[in-house]
Write a protein that binds this ligand. Structure first.
Ligand code: HEM
Length: 459
């Protein structure tokens, strides 16, 4: 039986490297131990990183058998999301909750959201001023927050919606910086010393959010309208195997989970895509050519299926995957992975970043080359920006739809310039990999189309 290698540095140094320079940490260690290695990034207990397609497949197809996908690992999110959030559950309760949550996110439901995404993109980009710089990630986040809020509630204005939008933005700001997120990491700081203390403020905002969400759920129960197809209605209509619906608390926690998991990640992916397209003129040319070839009033699904647009978005998700790791899986019993023997209770994460940077799968992995996705079909264990198995991303179809439609709309509408002279670096933002500085761009004006176009949205 082979022995698993570990980096020689101390757990503390590893943890610091993982927090402050995760790409260097992964790239240094994979040179020594190619497909799988042990780490101490979460402390001395250890977390194994696996990054070969075979390893990913062995892990993620057995994550309800010899492995499980624990929710308790995400315990720190409890104050934000509530204890019934799908992210915090495991076993049968997790399975039930995922089943109840999935219907609004199936591919065919995406039709509902197409016009919405295009309209919101138009509204957000209409605020850009010609000749004035803007931070791409912020504009993208404005789009994705509006999309998820409106897809969830299908409410476009009104005091409840506005208040909720503001509160959610302030609550999520808790995860923005290392200082503010220390409130979640260090439970000793979680003391309510009144409305002006950081935790007191957090609790009061959280209570207000609860009130608004419960008021919305209540109103809908009173005046049930089965023709509504927004995410909240679909969640309220869903029944488990025993015919039971979600409780109000479950609905509240899942709503917060979707709002939380659904917009920062997608905004980052969209900002990267915008960056690469404007950094490489040949990519821009090919993309604009494809977009301009669309028939007049093309429907959102036609845009979604465009091959080059799809390749550009996939390549953006490959080169800097927003999630560097899958959620950890843990061994239930003694088992083997890639020929290594693992004891019970050992944590293993799929290392998406290292998988996506393997030379044998992606020659010249540091180069942005959408063509690789046209020349070859990658298996679900070779390209997995959304994970796989028991915890595969619930919003995968929505995120891809959003990315493609927003990118198409922006590129067709505006002439933009990238204001970054040097390559933008990727760095940690919470648990995600994000462009440092957010990507500075400038809108020069409306683009002059080379022929009449295409996208149908009207505000
Ligand atoms: C580009 C955007 C996104 C990326 C890259 C992404 C990536 C991921 C990844 C890697 C996982 C863990 C998978 C695993 O462990 O196997 C995950 C889980 C999850 N994602 Fe996403 N995600 C994105 C957008 C979204 C959106 C739009 C939503 C919801 C509207 C969402 C909701 C979730 C939820 C609820 C989970 C937890 C699932 C569970 O615990 O069973 N994500 N995502």
């Amino acid at each position: 039986m082979k022995t698993l290698n570990s980096p020689k540095t101390s757990p503390l140094i590893q943890r610091l490297q993982w927090v402050f320079n995760p790409l260097e940490y992964m790239e240094t260690n994979v040179k020594i131990n190619r497909d799988i290695f042990n780490t101490q990034v979460t402390g001395s207990v250890g977390l194994i990183f696996v990054n070969s397609p075979e390893g990913m497949q062995e892990l993620l197809t057995r994550d309800t058998k010899e492995f499980y996908a624990p929710g308790s690992i995400n315990e720190i999110l409890k104050p934000l999301l509530g204890e019934q959030s799908v992210i915090l559950l495991d076993g049968d309760r997790h399975k039930r909750q995922r089943k109840l949550l999935m219907p609004p996110f199936h591919g065919e439901r995406m039709r509902n959201y197409g016009e919405l995404i295009l309209n919101i993109t138009q509204q957000a980009t209409a605020k850009l001023k010609p000749g004035k710089p803007f931070i791409a990630r912020n504009t993208m986040q404005e789009i994705t927050l509006a999309v998820i809020l409106q897809a969830v509630f299908w409410v476009f204005e009104g005091s409840r919606y506005d208040e909720l939008k503001q509160l959610i933005t302030s609550l999520l700001a808790v995860t923005d910086s290392p200082i503010s997120s220390s409130l979640l990491f260090f439970t000793s700081l979680q003391k309510d010393w009144g409305a002006w203390s950081p935790w007191g403020r957090f609790l009061r905002m959280r209570k207000k959010v609860d009130e608004l969400l419960f008021a919305e759920i209540n109103e809908r129960r009173q005046n049930w309208d089965e023709t509504r197809t927004d995410i909240l209605n679909l969640m309220m209509a869903a029944r488990d195997e025993d015919g039971q619906p979600m409780t109000d608390e479950e609905l509240r926690d899942e709503l917060l989970t979707l709002l939380f998991a659904g917009h920062e990640t997608t905004a980052t992916a969209m900002a990267w895509a915008l960056y690469w397209v404007h950094r490489q003129p040949e990519v821009y040319q090919k993309l604009i050519q494809e977009l301009e070839s669309l028939p007049k009033n093309a429907d959102p699904m036609t845009i979604f299926r465009l091959p080059y647009l799809t390749a550009v978005c996939n390549e953006a998700l490959r080169i800097y995957p927003v999630a560097m790791l899958t959620f950890p899986r843990v061994t239930k019993e003694q088992t083997e992975l890639l020929g290594y023997q693992l004891e019970p209770n050992v944590g293993v994460a799929g290392c998406i970043y290292l998988l996506h940077h393997r030379e044998d799968l992606y020659p010249e992995p540091k180069q942005f080359k959408p063509e690789r996705f046209l020349e070859r079909k990658f298996s679900p264990y070779e390209f997995l920006p959304f994970g796989s198995g028991a915890r595969q991303c619930i919003g995968m179809a929505l995120a891809q739809f959003e990315m493609k439609l927003a990118l198409a709309q922006i590129i067709l509408d505006y002439d933009l310039t990238l204001l970054e002279k040097r390559p933008v670096k990727a760095g940690r933002r919470g648990v995600t990999l994000s462009p440092l500085g957010g990507i500075k761009m400038m809108m020069n004006g409306k683009r002059t189309p080379s022929k009449s176009v295409a996208i149908p949205a009207t505000v």
